[in-house]
Design a protein around this ligand. Structure first.
Ligand code: PLP
Length: 399
């Protein structure tokens, strides 16, 4: 059980938002936040020590993601990696002489993909070398899986980038990435395929699931690593224009002094995830089923947003008819249960869910949705505590 700063004890069911740092990850990082502080780009012994740790981390990350070490670009997290993929690929297309490249993405991408695409479409990215981009957003089915027919219709040889996430952060749906890649290779042979795999590595073997992708985003803090550390895999031969210019770090793909502790943390978290993935997937899925079935049995008017067999094991996304999500989340928080709704923006306010909208869920229904996400610290006791709290809170809010 997690103990927060106040009472009651915290039942933390918001792992898709962020997960607690695993003790072994913190331990691996500690020396680099202290005595081993060298700048990995330097030449003296302190620098060489940091460089060694960075390159060891790179090897581990590469192995976990099915990449070569030289294909790993360390970033400040998932958002930066997604931005680098979008602007980097489109910018490279422009450099090759394509004056108006087309980007295709699913309508349920994280804002870290959607917003760069939309910004590029508005010409805001001119500074990054992308004049005007045509963006095609592809819809999803009622379970949030990308519509492959609509994808086919969006693909043609003008497409430079296709971005489809490996698993959705809100409802947890795992996307048919191999099928996406096959269609892109056939219909848009010049396009690079990017997948945002941020939610996946705790439960999916990304090396296998994203084997066909040209670019892969990961972020450490979703799997027991530190916030502010991530990576973009850029497969050999994929043209990428840098977004951050400076000292030419990361083989000219991302300038900036390395966060060695962050890279070590990402590597340790991915390594740990790989070792525990199968057992954790089964353990967490069983707990998720207990939570979902318990709530479905205890209350009328509860709907699962997606078929859980198509979702990550830790996701339990439910809609409680007649309830406003914001009010329910406050009552749950008062009782020590941390859950969330649609993606919270930086202010913490709830925004209407573009994901549920794309799935065909009406606005009122979407406002009744709550996302419980379980993870590596979740216990049966926590699930039972949520089962003891949620039905009463929902009943209080219903007329
Ligand atoms: N992509 C997805 C699918 C996410 O869930 C998140 C985090 O919420 C991000 C990207 C952004 O990652 P970061 O928080 O490391 O910037």
């Amino acid at each position: 059980m997690i103990t927060g700063s106040g009472s009651p004890p915290v039942t933390y069911l918001d792992h898709a938002s962020t997960s607690p740092v695993r003790p072994e990850v913190a331990e691996a990082m500690a020396p680099f936040a202290g005595a081993r502080f060298g700048n990995a780009s330097g030449a003296h012994r302190m620098a060489r020590d940091a460089r060694r740790a960075l390159e060891d981390a790179r090897e581990t990350v590469a192995e976990a993601l099915g990449a070569e070490p030289a294909e790993v670009v360390f970033t400040s997290g998932g958002t930066e990696a997604d931005n680098l993929a979008v602007f980097g690929v489109l910018g490279a297309a422009v450099e090759r002489g394509d004056r108006s490249p087309t980007a295709v993405c699913s309508a349920v991408e994280h804002p870290a993909v959607l917003q760069p695409c939309r910004a590029a479409a508005k010409g805001w990215a001119a500074v990054a070398g992308v004049p005007v981009v045509a963006v095609r957003e592809v819809g999803v089915d009622a379970d949030c899986a990308v519509d492959l027919h609509a994808l086919e219709a969006a693909l043609d040889p003008s497409v430079a980038l296709v971005s489809v996430m490996l698993a959705n952060n809100e409802v947890g749906t795992v996307q048919p990435l191999a099928e996406v890649v096959a269609r892109v290779r056939r219909l848009a042979p010049g396009a690079a395929v990017h997948t945002d795999a941020v939610q996946a590595p705790a439960y999916l073997d990304v090396a296998e699931a994203a084997a066909g992708a040209d670019l892969i985003t990961v972020s450490a803090h979703k799997l027991g690593g530190p916030k502010g550390s991530g990576a973009l895999v850029v497969r050999e031969g994929t043209a990428l224009r840098p977004v951050l210019h400076g000292g030419g770090h990361e083989r000219e793909r991302r300038s900036g002094t390395h966060d060695v502790a962050g890279a070590v943390g990402l590597a340790a978290a991915l390594d740990r995830a790989a070792r525990t993935r199968d057992a954790e997937s089964a353990r967490v899925a069983a707990l998720r089923d207990r939570l979902a079935d318990g709530l479905l049995g205890a209350l009328d008017g509860v709907v699962e947003s997606v078929d859980r067999r198509r979702a990550l094991p830790g996701h339990c996304h439910l809609r409680f008819a007649g309830v406003e999500q914001e009010e329910l989340l406050v009552l749950l928080d008062d009782a020590g249960v941390c859950a969330s709704a649609a993606a919270a923006c930086a202010s913490g306010a709830l925004e209407p869910s573009h994901v549920l909208g794309a799935m065909g869920v009406g606005p009122a229904d979407a406002r009744s949705a709550v996302r419980f996400t379980l993870g590596h610290t979740t216990t049966a006791d926590e699930v039972d505590r949520a089962l003891a709290v949620v039905p009463g809170a929902v009943a209080r809010l219903r007329p």
